[in-house]
Design a binder for this molecule. Structure first.
Ligand code: SF4
Ligand code: SF4
Length: 147
C-alpha cells in the first residue's frame, strides 16, 4: 500500500501490482534481464544516449510517494532523482528504469516493455485518465504536471 496524497489509492495499488509483476518477470529471467552494477550512468540520458518514457499512472505513483510539490523539473540531461550516481527513488522508480539494463537482452526488454505498457494502459482505461507515453524530460518539465 502506498500512502496516498490526493491520488486514488486503488490506482496506486494497481501500479504497485504492475511493478511487482515486472520485478517477478525480471527475476525469473535473470539470464536475459542482465546484471546492473548500479553505476547510474544510464540515468544521464544525454551522455548515455538513452531515453526513458513514462506514463501518467507511473508519475502519479511517484508523486504520491514524494508529494506532488516535490516532483522535480529536469533542467539537464540527467534524471534529477539520480543523486551521486544512485537512484533516490529506487522503490518508486519507473517501469523503464526497472526494465532497461545495459547488459540485458534487448528483445526480452522490448517484450517486457510491451507487456507492461499494456497493463499501464489498462489502468488508464480503468481510471479514465489519458494514456500518454512521454519522455521523462518532457513529463517532468511539463507545466501540466501533476495534471
Ligand atoms: S543499467 Fe548499466 S549503465 Fe545503467 S546503472 Fe546499471 S550498470 Fe549502470
Ligand atoms: S528514476 Fe532512478 S533509476 Fe530511473 S532514471 Fe531516475 S535516477 Fe535513474
Amino acid at each position: 500500500m502506498v500512502a496516498g496524497c490526493g491520488a486514488d489509492n486503488r490506482l496506486l495499488e494497481r501500479v504497485a501490482e504492475v511493478y511487482d509483476w515486472l520485478e517477478l518477470q525480471i527475476h525469473r529471467s535473470d539470464n536475459l534481464s542482465g546484471v546492473c552494477k548500479c553505476c547510474g550512468d544510464c540515468c544521464d540520458f544525454e551522455a548515455f544516449d538513452h531515453r526513458l518514457f513514462v506514463t501518467l499512472p507511473e508519475l502519479t505513483y511517484l508523486a504520491a510517494y514524494l508529494g506532488a510539490e516535490n516532483i522535480k523539473a529536469m533542467p539537464s540531461g540527467r534524471c534529477p532523482y539520480n543523486i551521486d550516481g544512485k537512484c533516490g527513488v529506487h522503490e518508486h522508480r519507473f517501469a523503464g528504469c526497472r526494465i532497461f539494463c545495459c547488459s540485458g537482452d534487448a528483445a526480452f526488454q522490448g517484450e517486457l516493455s510491451e507487456a507492461v505498457l499494456a497493463r499501464l494502459k489498462s489502468i488508464c482505461t480503468e481510471f479514465r485518465i489519458p494514456y500518454r507515453y512521454t519522455d521523462l524530460t518532457t513529463a517532468l518539465n511539463s507545466r501540466r504536471f501533476p495534471w
